[in-house]
Design a protein around this ligand. Structure first.
Ligand code: FAD
Ligand code: NAP
Length: 489
């Protein structure tokens, strides 16, 4: 009898350990931009026994690769090929049209996953906090909205902008997004029509009267945050002359020559800037204006029947610079300058938002973390909760930066698994976690129509077909209803 009992216990133990060894590690990823995909790629590569479910608020994947990267930069979108490889892995599942925090809660996810990676990016824009910013003045919007509009982001499909009422646009901020929007406004529609820019944006740009784009920064030429390739593209725009405060640029280059010579990217940037200053032929123009901080947006008065409520000008503080070169700050001189314009694009950066159940550092605009492991308000590690991408380190950096950052998070996850660190504990019923198998029916019960990767491929095929007819790489469906319609036909 005793022998039989021992045998039963041994067998049970063996079965149990075999079960636990073969039981896969279930990871949920929230957001399907580069951070989500690169984290998934790395975890799948380094930990075979993993199943990943990626939840995306939009019906379609790829985040800013689809809705941010400029249409005239198609080569950047090649990263989608790597994401495609991840999606083809049998251990990966895409679940689109599911918004974490609205359709899905932390409690839902905790009940079905061992760990969760939050990589939902930076879904808002920074505000400037200047006078009249929140007044309903027409033709003022964020660069985020403008970029989303021309790239087919459903939220901005119906953005109201009139590009026919003015010949001058002011862009506030001097980052790469500012150059993207300036370049799109000045590029010929013949060139743009070969890209995947949306047809309605192309139509509006065809009628556009904008000939001059003024890109305004609060600090000086050495503090711009755009990069050499993007500046060169602006300098090479056909029929477009370049203006700037040449005296200021020359003076800054002269006084800081030693520092510039030791900083290769800065040196390259300044060479392009200096060379571009001789670029003075063209019926269009773009300008880099330095040392200006916006103070107020000014609208046309009601006495102008055609332009009432449209922006007429921006009033700027004129600044001087203070502090050591690496920490230069803009200080108002007390002088002001008004710039006449009929279109204002605010391009001062993006912002992440706090979502249900997650700690959030309002000052930094990130989920607090150590190398991607989420920390609570007392800096304690949260078992099984991770963060990657712009939500982890703020809205800074190109796709390559986001990739390395996502790899760091993935390495921490895999190392935590190997070290048997605590993950999300089982619920009280202690049933095996099922991942999306259990979550998708719950979402359907809540009336949410989930989109699979196969659905996306069908949508993509239709977009490519529609693009072919117009000699474009694709024509994006910019309304969620249109995407759903494709799946119903
Ligand atoms: C306008 C613009 C142009 C750029 N151009 C370039 C370029 O040319 N080259 C380059 O290298 N880099 C470029 N970048 C930078 C690059 O896009 C970022 O480094 C990268 O996209 C950040 O990745 P992410 O995954 O953190 O965020 P995102 O790409 O924003 O992905 C976040 C994803 O999460 C989803 N999401 C949001 N909320 C939820 C929710 N509640 N539930 C579920 N899902 C959610 C979003 O829909 C999105 O799909 C550009 C950035 C911008 C803003
Ligand atoms: N082609 C590409 O590779 C590409 C294209 C687009 C975007 N991106 C990347 O995406 C990231 C985000 O780009 P971004 O252009 O949105 O952000 P960014 O690089 O941070 O630039 C923001 C700009 O806004 C200014 N600014 C911020 N707050 C301001 C305020 N209150 N008043 C006036 N000016 C203010 C900043 O000036 P200060 O420096 O003075 O703060 C800076 O000039 C960057 O890393 C960028 O390189 C890459």
């Amino acid at each position: 009898m005793a022998v039989v009992l021992v045998l039963v216990v041994v067998l049970q133990k063996k079965w149990f350990s075999a079960f636990t060894i073969s039981s896969p590690f279930r990871l949920a990823v929230i957001g399907s931009g580069p951070a989500g995909f690169y984290t998934a790629y790395r975890v799948l590569k380094d930990h075979q026994n993993t199943l990943i479910d990626m939840y995306e608020a939009l019906p379609v994947p790829f985040g800013l690769v689809r809705y941010g990267v400029a249409p005239d930069h198609p080569e950047v979108k090649n990263v989608q090929n790597r994401f495609e490889e991840v999606a083809q892995d049998s251990r990966y599942t895409f679940i689109g049209n599911v918004k974490y925090g609205e359709d899905l809660t932390l409690k839902d996810l905790k009940s079905q996953y061992d760990a969760i990676v939050f990589s939902y990016g930076a879904g808002q824009e920074k505000s400037l906090g200047v006078r009249n910013e929140n007044e309903p003045i027409k033709n003022i919007c964020s660069a985020r909205a403008f970029v989303g509009w021309y790239n087919g982001l459903p939220q901005y499909r119906d953005l109201e902008l009139d590009l026919t009422c003015t010949d001058t646009a002011v862009v506030i901020g001097q980052g790469n997004v500012a150059l993207d929007v300036g370049r799109i406004l000045l590029t010929s529609v013949v060139e743009l029509s070969k890209t995947d820019i949306t047809e309605y944006a192309l139509e509006a740009l065809r009628k556009s009267q904008i000939r001059n784009v003024i890109i305004v920064g609060r600090r000086g030429p050495l503090q711009v945050s755009f990069t050499a390739k993007e500046l060169r593209e602006m300098m090479n725009l056909p029929n477009t002359k370049f203006h700037t405060d040449s005296e200021l640029v020359k003076n800054e280059l002269f006084t800081n020559v030693d520092i510039i010579s030791k900083d290769r990217p800065l040196k390259r940037l300044m060479q392009i800037l200096e060379k571009g200053m001789s670029n003075s032929i063209g019926y269009k123009s773009w300008t880099l204006k330095f040392l200006r901080s916006p103070d107020e947006f000014i609208a046309h008065g009601n006495n102008d029947p055609f332009r009432a409520k449209y922006v007429r000008a921006v009033n700027f503080h004129i600044n001087r610079l203070e502090g050591p070169l690496e920490k230069r700050v803009a200080v108002p001189t007390g002088k002001m300058e008004e710039l006449e314009t009929g279109l204002v694009l605010k391009s001062v950066g993006y912002r992440s938002i706090p979502l249900e159940g997650l700690p959030f550092d309002e000052d930094k605009g990130i989920v607090p973390n150590y190398k991607g492991k989420i920390l609570d308000s007392d800096s304690n590690e949260q078992p099984g909760l991770y963060v990657a991408g712009w939500l982890k380190r703020g809205p800074q950096g190109v796709i390559a930066t986001t990739m390395y950052d996502a790899f760091e998070t993935a390495e921490v996850i895999v190392s935590d698994i190997r070290q048997n660190k605590p993950m999300i504990s089982k619920d009280t019923i202690n049933t095996a976690k099922q991942g999306s198998k259990a979550i998708i029916p719950i979402l359907h019960q809540r009336g949410i129509r989930t989109i699979s990767y196969e659905d996306w491929k069908k949508i993509e095929e239709k977009e490519n077909e529609a693009g072919k007819a117009k000699h474009k790489p694709r024509e994006k469906f910019a309304r969620v209803e249109d995407v759903m319609h494709v799946l119903d036909t």
